[in-house]
Design a protein around this ligand. Structure first.
Ligand SMILES: Cc1cc2nc3c(=O)[nH]c(=O)nc-3n(C[C@H](O)[C@H](O)[C@H](O)COP(=O)(O)O)c2cc1C
Length: 133
């Protein structure tokens, strides 16, 4: 079955960011495990960056829910399409936050500019892989 992925960035709408992240994660891990999905979520300063991967029909179902979820807005999709192998095979949904690892400092050090969509997507991907290592 075709493996596919989604990589996006969004702004959280939630008021109690940490508590809600915990709830989102707990529910996501249960559903992802049941649907053979894996990935990684980073939350920082009200921003989410998430990579999600798995069999295309199952991923598409969950992605529809995520993209329609009112707990975030201003969603920018940086990547969606087939992949040859899972990037986060051991994570029903890994998680890091800005206290553990500041993403935006890391992007600035790499002089990553969000106008270069491909470069920005690559940097987000690399950052999440580093967090998952
Ligand atoms: C930032 C963020 C990340 C999410 N990640 C996942 C996820 O990895 N897997 C998942 O099943 N739901 C995830 N959700 C929750 C979905 O948007 C949705 O609420 C959930 O799948 C349940 O959908 P339902 O209430 O229509 O059954 C996420 C929500 C947010 C706000």
């Amino acid at each position: 079955m075709t493996l596919t992925h989604l990589l996006y960035r969004s702004s959280g709408r939630i008021e109690h960011f940490q508590g809600d992240c915990d709830a989102i994660l707990a529910a996501a891990r249960v559903r992802n495990a049941a649907m053979s999905l894996t990935g990684f979520l980073h939350a920082e300063d009200g921003i989410f960056v998430q990579w999600l991967e798995g069999p295309k029909p199952l991923l598409d179902q969950v992605v529809d829910d995520i993209l329609a979820d009112t707990r975030h807005r201003d969603i920018t999709v940086f990547g969606r399409g087939p992949i040859t192998k899972r990037q986060f095979p051991s994570w029903a949904m890994g998680y890091s936050n800005g206290h553990q690892a500041p993403l935006f400092d890391w992007l600035a050090e790499r002089e990553t500019n969000s106008h270069d969509l491909r470069g920005y997507a690559d940097s987000l991907h690399q950052f999440l892989l580093l967090r998952a290592a």
